[in-house]
Ligand binder design. Structure first.
Ligand code: NOJ
Length: 548
């Protein structure tokens, strides 16, 4: 196999976020300690040992701040307090202390682009045009024809403008998301100062960093020009890309780096081009990491994954920017659901889909955990969950994202670890197959998806080439993706003292493919005790990691 694309090695002494495996906790759906049908901080604390067992290094916890929950926490009404639904500050401190005691870092969500319309800042700003906080948000006078100030479209309802007219004060205000999420005006120095204070509040409490929500939104063209006609209908949050944001990120970076203990920021820069996203790393002086979303939208095809890897290398490498990999999060259908739906659209019959569904998700897990960069695992992905079917009368999310947010089933009991009583039910229905596909059942089955994630994370941790080695794409038969990870000079089989090389092969097709035989099988997506020597026949939807 010939090499044709290489990413460099990471130097020794890489920061923790470059070698860590992150695990995203969506608190409403992770675990419930008080039986109200909604997860909470004590619920997370009660399962930290399970996460340590899985082998992840860091948690990213989605918002648990005070919020009216119009966007389930991404509409914050107090950045410096815990919503009573989730617990309180003392409970957060306990969670953080226990996580740290287990060696788990904790990164929390930070929502700098917008607040809730119930935030005291917006209540004040909207009380009168003369409010001292009026300019903390983005207001515009009515246009002569009564139309919104520009053609920007909001995120969830593509037919809705990103503006709402505020009758009492006779002006429009901007919101890239729901009307209940007015955009902050970062051109106002007091806003920047106040938001910096919210970072300090949590850094002082000891968090290890932040996941910064739609952080590319904090700089906007002050002229607020129309979006070009060729992208009309694309939500403005997927287009906004302004130079001033980079200055603001440099200030945020300086603030965070000013704290002891290697704090970090991973940014959600939801732009469609990897080249554009790469600029938000700056020259090592903006985001520490940025999410790399194309793999999350990539179909189950070797050529498309290869293109994602090539694009990532091309865009990030010249800047020395470290990639991230993500298969799932709380905003998108889970991998199995995504691949199944795409297969159905392509005409695959239901029986074949049922047979391939888990195999595809398993092979994808091997990809996620063996590519060069920081992987993010979304809760329940390690159980191979599918999205819940949410009947219309239980749908609650304005963005139609309920399915992937279904509660995590913890065991095979009737309530699956979500103790509800007296008419209380979980805030969303549980995912399918919860009787067998739950944490306890999978922990007891060495052949489960859960054990595959655990084995893959353990292999990654013990294999220098997988943590920090270069990545070279290899030639491979159609439908197969192959890459080599290497540190040092590469070595003879079995030795990993001075250098290390492993090869990863993923078959995206529904039939066996012949590739070069030989080498020791370190990990297989479909078998806890795979064959010792690689025969050269790669089964359907199968991934293997080899030491040649
Ligand atoms: C991105 C978050 O991931 C999503 O859940 C949220 O709705 C929007 N940002 C708005 O905050």
């Amino acid at each position: 196999m010939a090499a044709d694309e290489t990413e460099g090695e990471v130097p020794d002494g890489a920061p923790w976020w470059e070698t860590a495996v992150f695990y995203q906790v969506y608190p409403r759906s992770f675990a419930d300690s008080d039986g109200d049908g909604v997860g909470d901080l004590e619920g997370i604390r009660g399962h930290l040992a399970d996460l340590a067992w899985l082998g992840v290094d860091a948690l990213w916890i989605s918002p648990f701040f005070r919020s009216p929950m119009a966007d389930f926490g991404y509409d914050v009404s107090d950045y410096c307090d815990v919503d009573p639904l989730f617990g309180d500050l003392a409970g957060f401190d306990r969670l953080l202390a226990d996580a740290h005691a287990l060696g788990l870092r904790v990164v929390i969500d930070w929502v700098p682009n917008h607040t809730s319309d119930q935030h005291p800042w917006f209540v004040d700003a909207s009380s009168s045009r003369d409010s001292p906080r009026r300019d903390w948000y983005v207001w515009r006078d009515p246009t002569p024809d009564g139309a919104p100030p520009n053609n920007w479209v909001s995120a969830f309802d593509l037919s809705a403008p990103a503006w709402t007219f505020h009758e009492p004060t006779g002006q429009w205000y901007l919101h890239l998301f729901e009307a209940a999420q007015p955009d902050l005006n970062w051109d106002e120095p007091a806003v920047e100062a106040a938001m910096h204070d919210t970072l300090r509040f949590w850094l002082d409490r000891g968090v290890d960093g932040f996941r910064a929500d739609v952080v590319h939104g904090i700089g906007k063209d002050p002229a607020l020009p129309d979006d070009p006609p060729e992208v009309a209908g694309v939500p403005h949050c997927a287009l906004n890309d302004e130079p001033v944001t980079h200055e603001r990120l440099r200030s945020i970076r300086a603030l965070v780096d000013g704290y002891p203990g290697d704090r970090m920021v991973v940014g959600e820069v939801f732009l469609l081009s990897t080249d554009a996203v790469a600029t938000y790393y700056g020259r090592g002086d903006e985001l520490h990491l940025a999410f790399n979303f194309p793999p999350l939208f990539a179909p189950w095809r070797a050529d498309r994954w290869r293109a994602c890897i090539e694009d990532t290398v091309r865009a990030l490498d010249p800047r020395g920017a470290w990639p991230t990999w993500v298969l799932a999060n709380h905003d998108n259908p889970r991998p199995r659901t995504r691949y199944d739906r795409a297969a159905a659209r392509a005409g695959e019959d239901a029986g074949t889909t049922a047979r391939r569904s888990e195999a595809r998700a398993r092979a994808a897990a091997v990809l996620l955990l063996t590519l060069r960069g920081t992987p993010f695992v979304y809760q329940g992905e390690e159980l191979g969950l599918c999205d819940a079917e949410v009947p219309p009368d239980r749908q609650v999310d304005p963005g139609g994202r309920d399915g992937c947010r279904a509660p995590v089933p913890w065991d095979a009991t009737g309530d699956h670890g979500w103790p509800t009583g007296s008419g209380v039910r979980t805030w969303l229905p549980l995912p399918p197959e919860a009787d067998t596909r739950n944490r306890a059942s999978e922990a007891a089955d060495p052949d489960s998806v859960l054990h595959l994630y655990r084995r893959a994370i353990a292999l990654r941790r013990s294999t220098p080439a997988l943590v920090r080695g270069s990545c070279t794409l290899l030639d491979a038969p159609d439908g197969v993706l192959a890459y080599r990870r290497s540190v040092g000079d590469g070595v003879a089989e079995g030795s990993a003292t001075d250098g290390d090389t492993v090869e990863v092969l993923v078959n995206f097709t529904d039939g066996p493919v012949e590739v070069t035989p030989g080498g020791t099988v370190l990990l297989a997506s479909d078998d806890p005790s795979p064959e010792a020597r690689f025969t050269g026949v790669l089964g359907p939807d199968r991934a293997v990691v080899l030491r040649r």
